[in-house]
Design a protein around this ligand. Structure first.
Ligand code: DX5
Ligand code: ZN
Length: 216
């Protein structure tokens, strides 16, 4: 079980400080949301910020690209020090090739599905990915309400994983808090992104609260 606080909800003027705060909280990943203003109606930052965070943290940098044609940025993110690169199946016509490119770069390859996208859309690439990210809100903004219907897809991915003996992690992202995290875990998720829940309080306390919710 891994907790991945999202720096989308951190202070954009203090990424290095907040990366340290996340590291000291006992979380396993730092989730970094990259948005291009096309695939989603919001703009954040690019590989330069990943490179800066890499300098101040040893944690796994879990980069979630909400950008069109993400295959264009693989080399840039690998060089910046990203560990995991998540790309949306809805954002490219070449999901297999794009994931292959990520794997060849040495990063872990992760495929993402939006709330309206069925598991069927990614079945052909499940044998090659290190992680599947199931969005539990529509991407673009932090602080949205969890969409419980998405958990059916988490359960479906968990069943496929057992049946085919695949080893991918199942990550959920959006509206995860100390209550919704349990339903995610019960459906089969093992990596949990949380932005507003973690940063709307003391980060270490909130990460601890998420971990203790998983323990019961
Ligand atoms: C939304 C992002 C999320 C966001 C989650 O598009 O992908 O990672 O930071 O924020 P919360 O946890 O507030 O829903
Ligand atoms: Zn995200």
């Amino acid at each position: 079980m891994k907790i991945a606080p999202s720096i989308l909800s951190a202070d954009f003027g203090h990424f290095a400080r907040d990366a340290k705060v996340i590291e000291e909280s006992g979380a396993e990943y730092i989730h970094i949301d990259i948005m291009d203003g096309h695939f989603v109606d919001n703009l954040t930052f690019g590989a330069g910020v990943v490179k800066a965070i890499r300098k101040s943290s040893k944690l796994v940098l879990d980069c979630h690209l909400m950008v069109e044609n993400p295959e264009k940025y693989v080399d840039e993110f690998a060089e910046a020090g990203a560990d995991i690169m998540s790309i949306h199946v809805e954002a490219t016509n070449h999901i297999h090739g794009a994931l292959q490119k990520i794997k060849n770069s040495g990063m872990k390859a992760s495929v993402v599905i939006n709330p309206g996208t069925p598991v069927d859309a990614i079945k052909p690439v499940l044998s090659m990915v290190d992680q599947v990210l199931v969005m539990t809100v529509n991407p673009g903004f932090g602080g949205q309400k969890f969409i419980p219907e998405c958990l059916d897809k988490v359960a479906e991915l968990s069943a496929i994983k057992s049946a085919k003996k695949y080893s991918y992690d199942i990550e959920v992202d959006g509206g995860v808090d100390d209550k919704t995290i349990k339903a995610c875990r019960n459906a089969g998720a093992n990596v949990f992104v949380a932005g507003s829940y973690v940063f709307n309080g003391d980060v270490a306390e909130r990460v601890e609260k998420l971990k203790s919710s998983l323990a019961v």
